[in-house]
Write a protein that binds this ligand. Structure first.
Ligand code: UDP
Ligand code: MG
Length: 210
């Protein structure tokens, strides 16, 4: 039975031509089993490879696919924001296209939401391969962020997140142009829950920024 609520999947993409077909297959597999309607919004963030072409291919095959095509590279934060601004869902889930955020975890995010969470945040379990410099760097990063902002960020939190419509609407009222999406979401408050996951290696290509 399909519920009349809709889930919007939001995916910023920058030079992900090789990942898109696999990513979309996995999304379909997982989302078609969930008892809600869904749509997926890809934000093409000024890719210079065949990303747009790949997106258009899957959009032709599925009316669930929507594409926002940026005129140049604006960065992941702006891309994600455009997705949230334009999604139609009662709830949205944002995640990366490179398969580092495990798609099979989406049902767990959804079930936290069904149980009353308004924001569900993916927390990355420590990566074994992570060097000391990066570890120390992120330790101070959270120390500083938590000092200068009045909303606590949980260490190792990621952009793999679910937002209920009440949060989406509040998020859409913010006008910060220079934004860190997840800090803004944390700042908004709401009922929060966490999902722990092991990040995968990026499937194809290399990280566009860090
Ligand atoms: N991305 C984007 N614009 C950019 C850089 C990255 O939309 O300028 C997308 C990218 O395609 C991926 C996600 O944001 O879906 C995370 O990027 P990446 O894997 O490069 O970063 P990391 O894994 O280091 O967080
Ligand atoms: Mg990545």
């Amino acid at each position: 039975m399909e519920n009349d609520k809709i889930i919007s999947i939001i995916v910023p993409v920058y030079n992900e031509e090789k990942n898109i077909p696999v990513f979309f297959e996995k999304i379909k597999e997982v989302m078609d089993k969930i008892a809600y309607g869904w749509e997926i919004i890809f934000i093409n963030d000024g890719s210079v490879d065949g990303t747009l072409l790949e997106l258009e291919k899957i959009a032709k095959l599925s009316d669930k696919v929507r594409i926002i095509d940026f005129s140049r590279n604006f960065g992941k934060e702006m891309a994600t924001t455009a997705g949230v601004n334009n999604c139609r869902g009662d709830v949205c889930v944002m995640l990366d296209a490179d398969l580092q955020h495990p798609i099979e975890k989406i049902p767990e995010f959804v079930s936290k939401w069904e149980n009353g969470a308004e924001v569900v945040i993916g927390i990355r379990n420590k990566n074994k391969g992570e060097g000391a410099v990066k570890k120390i760097g992120s330790y101070f990063f959270y120390k500083i962020i938590n000092r200068i902002t009045d909303s606590k960020m949980v260490p190792n939190n990621t952009d793999f997140r679910l937002l209920d419509r009440v949060v989406i609407d509040e998020f859409n009222r913010l006008s910060e142009k220079n934004r860190m999406t997840r800090a803004l979401i944390d700042w908004l408050g709401f009922r929060r829950e966490f999902i722990y996951f092991q990040a995968n290696e990026r499937m194809h290509g290399k990280a566009g920024y860090s």
